[in-house]
Ligand binder design. Structure first.
Ligand code: BGC
Length: 788
């Protein structure tokens, strides 16, 4: 009874908070299992699920998946088919329990269950007692790690190393699959050029070429070589399409994108992910050019299926089928269900209008039964390809082996080291001198575990997370005195949809006097220390879903704290924990060293300490153009030329229009010299490729990584093309005194574009500029010609 009351309370909280306060889920799922509220069904020892599946038995061994799935489809009622198209989260106030839904064949997937035993229990129910013995697929947002948290996706893109990113997501898949999560709602490949948008953190930044390489790498990392690879999970490319261009950076707001931008900027990473074999795609929430993405036939059928030949399934975003009504698009739930199904949505997340209304819609002729069959066939095929019919259950022994293993921690540390970006390092303040005997670690984020992990670490092991303070203690504690205090507190002020997962801490400093005393205490510590590390930025709930901002300033009184610390005359290092570019314009000329650590994850503190100590050398590069003022956004390097191209940096009368840091920028503890740019031929036939090589010499005294970046510009054509576009890159490690030749392949197919003038995609012959360098202002220049 106690159990029931607690559950009811939780449900009430969930319902009252908002439709999106769904992350009580994990605890809720566990409560259910423990208190036995769910319909109890005693499952015997696990029979081999496949053998237990009559549909399978009647299919010859080794028969093709299609035959198996077709046979199964033939056994299913329309209602059972609609059940497969339904995905239920575990935080709903059910009218019917999930167990009963399984037994009636009314559910094909759950989201947010992360307890291996509960996953097994539900799976046994479905496979042994469900109407067609069809296994469930369990989805979860494994965005940048599962229990072990890795740097946020924007940071992963800052590694500029697809191999790193693939490895990281493969480790995340390993840990998630160990508990029975089969499917992640990642990668998010939305291009974002407006730092006000809170979800910029989930993608790879502003550039379609970098974004495409990161999209492919993540798909390979999650899924492995093929769908169904052991210890891997199904990827879901989201949010199809254009979500990152929300008007005003306001999350969920409408998006107006021209065909030019859609084809050349926003769609390429989706295409790359689909070509890399992504098995599922999520439709976006918002209106694209007036048509909600979840009811958008152009996107889901014409582009995704007909043009790109995507053969996986499409899941809606949370409630986005039902919400076709709130967009003023569908006239009611039945219309919403029919239009989503007809547009190409195969599975509905959370709302259940497809499950509830499609049978009637079929009877009324609003939807063809063959449309339902196609959707269910795609879902069943994916379950089959994932191996769920053959191996539906979790091996509980793997859970402890995998979760938070030493290998996961090591990978998390390496990823955090390789994603940090060094923005400034005057007089080589970093790495810290060995003579440093005292370090003050200051700031509201310095010792905060959630803020080291970042948003979308819903199942993350908070306790295992190493903060920057702890990392500095671990690394420097035996040679230096470490002091620490917050200095200031920061608060989001308004509730976040993640509050139930990471409750916003109540401020400890209640009065002005307390706040002033704490501020002064921090500055005293700065004065007493040889060097201070100020760990500032945003709390993790200040970015992410429904976390857009009007300004990009350091929240609260962090700027004042920073300025007061610098005013002491003592050396100050600024370590940023953030998920978007922030306004650090003052810091960029006054604070001697700035290290952007993003939200670095479980081992973030140890990684930051290793970077401060010089055990690791920063090699990350910005995947976004860093504005100097919020008034500049949207800002990106790949703009078109104007009639006064040289005026680019002075387009406002009240301030500079040049960014604070260009796309692709990042420093190192060593220096590199690029020379000897060579292009393999002065011209190339359309469809062919060129080799572009450059020598990279490490002229400093420590080993380091440089990212060689290749940009091009088409001088004339049927439409104006951006002043520069990234078309190749490679991160290389070079020892001091060493010189390496980096050779990039420039494929003319990457020079193709969709032209507003011709309404088609083509590689246009003509003259191109080419630059090689270490950021988007690269200077080494050559020209080449593309021949028809
Ligand atoms: C988000 C998706 C996410 C889903 C499930 C939605 O609100 O937009 O990105 O995968 O929730 O958590």
């Amino acid at each position: 009874m106690l159990c029931l009351n607690t559950l009811t309370e939780k449900l009430t909280i969930v319902m009252e908070f908002s439709m999106h306060s769904r992350f009580l889920l994990r605890s809720l799922g566990t409560s259910l299992a423990t208190c036995g509220l769910a319909l109890t069904l005693v499952c015997g020892p696990a029979p081999a699920s496949l053998a237990a599946n009559p549909a399978y038995e009647s299919t010859p061994q080794g028969a093709k998946a299609e035959q198996f799935v077709d046979h199964l489809l033939g056994q299913m009622t329309l209602e059972e088919k609609l059940g497969q198209m339904s995905q239920i989260p575990l935080n709903q106030q059910w009218d019917v329990s999930p167990d009963e839904r399984i037994l009636k064949g009314q559910v094909g997937s759950f989201l947010f269950i992360t307890d291996a035993k509960e996953i097994n229990r539900l799976q046994h129910l479905a496979v042994e007692h469900g109407p067609n013995h069809i296994p469930l697929i369990f989805g979860f947002d494994v965005i940048h790690g599962f229990r072990t948290i890795y740097p946020i996706p924007l940071a992963l893109a800052a590694s500029w190393d697809p191999a790193d990113v693939e490895r990281t997501q493969s480790m995340a898949a390993r840990e998630a699959s160990a508990v029975g999560v089969n499917w992640t709602f990642a990668p998010m490949v939305d291009i974002a050029r407006d730092a006000r948008w809170g979800r910029i953190l989930e993608g790879a930044g502003e550039d379609p070429y970098l974004g495409s390489r990161m999209a492919e790498a993540q798909v390979r990392g999650f899924q492995g070589a093929t769908i169904g690879s052991p210890d891997h999970i199904l990827a879901c490319v989201k949010h199809f399409a254009g979500y990152g261009a929300a008007e005003g950076g306001r999350d969920y707001d409408s998006v107006e994108i021209s065909d030019n931008e859609l084809w050349n900027v926003y769609l390429p990473p989706f295409k790359a992910a689909v070509d890399a074999g992504a098995g599922s795609v999520m439709s976006a929430y918002m209106d694209l050019n007036g048509v909600p993405a979840t009811g958008n036939t152009f996107l889901l059928r014409d582009v995704l299926r007909d043009k790109w030949k995507f053969d996986g399934f499409v899941v809606s975003d949370w409630d986005s089928v039902l919400n076709l009504t709130t967009h003023g698009f569908a006239s009611g739930p039945e219309d919403a269900a029919a239009r989503a199904a007809n547009a190409g949505v195969d599975m509905e997340m959370t709302s259940h209008v497809m499950r509830d209304h499609l049978a009637d819609a079929v009877k009324k002729g609003l939807v063809k039964e063959s449309t339902i069959d196609e959707a269910v066939r795609r879902i069943l095929m994916m379950k089959y390809r994932l191996g769920l019919f053959q191996h539906p259950y979790v091996d509980l022994a793997r859970v402890n082996e995998e979760e938070g293993s030493a290998a996961q921690h090591e990978a998390s540390k390496v990823a955090a080291e390789r994603t940090a970006v060094l923005l400034r390092n005057e007089n080589n303040l970093l790495p810290l001198a060995k003579s440093v005997k005292s370090i003050a670690v200051i700031g509201p984020l310095a010792d905060s575990k959630p803020d080291t992990m970042g948003s979308w670490s819903l199942a993350g092991d908070t306790a295992a997370t190493v903060t920057v303070l702890q990392g500095i203690r671990n690394r420097f504690g035996s040679t230096a005195t470490i002091t620490s205090t917050k200095g200031v507190e920061i608060e989001r002020g308004q509730p976040s949809i993640f509050d139930s997962q990471f409750p916003s801490p109540d401020p400890e400093l209640k009065t002005d006097a307390e706040r002033e005393a704490e501020f002064n205490h921090a500055i005293d510590l700065v004065k007493q220390a040889d060097v201070s590390v100020l760990v500032l930025g945003e709390a993790q709930n200040m970015s992410g879903e429904r976390a857009s901002r009007l300004s990009l300033t350091l929240p609260g009184k962090q700027e004042q704290l920073l300025e007061a610390a610098v005013a002491t005359g003592k050396p100050v290092v600024l370590v940023l924990l953030n998920a978007r570019p922030l306004n650090i314009t003052w810091a960029s000329t006054h604070v001697p060293a700035i290290l952007d650590a993003w939200y670095p994850g479980t081992e973030g503190g140890n990684a930051v300490a290793a970077l401060l100590a010089g055990d690791a050398n920063p090699g990350g590069k910005l995947p976004v153009t860093w504005p100097r003022s919020v008034g500049q956004v949207p800002i990106f390097y790949a703009h078109n030329l104007t009639q006064i191209p040289n005026d680019r940096d002075a387009m406002y009368w009240d301030g500079l229009s040049a960014p604070l840091y260009p796309f692709g920028y990042g420093l190192s503890y060593t220096s590199f010299r690029l020379s000897n740019l060579k292009v393999s031929a002065p011209s190339v036939k359309s469809g062919g490729s060129l080799k572009v090589s450059v020598d990279v010499a490490n002229v400093g005294s420590v080993a380091g990584d440089e990212v060689v970046q290749l940009y091009t510009h088409q001088r004339s054509g049927s439409a104006s093309r951006p002043a520069r576009e990234l078309k190749g890159f490679e991160r290389v490690s070079v020892k001091p005194g060493e010189q390496r030749t980096v050779t990039l392949t420039l494929n003319t197919k990457d020079l193709g574009f969709w032209s507003e003038a011709t309404h088609r995609w083509s590689i246009e012959p003509g003259m191109f500029d080419l630059w090689i360098g270490t950021d988007s202002t690269a200077k080494d220049h050559a020209i080449f010609t593309v021949l028809p």
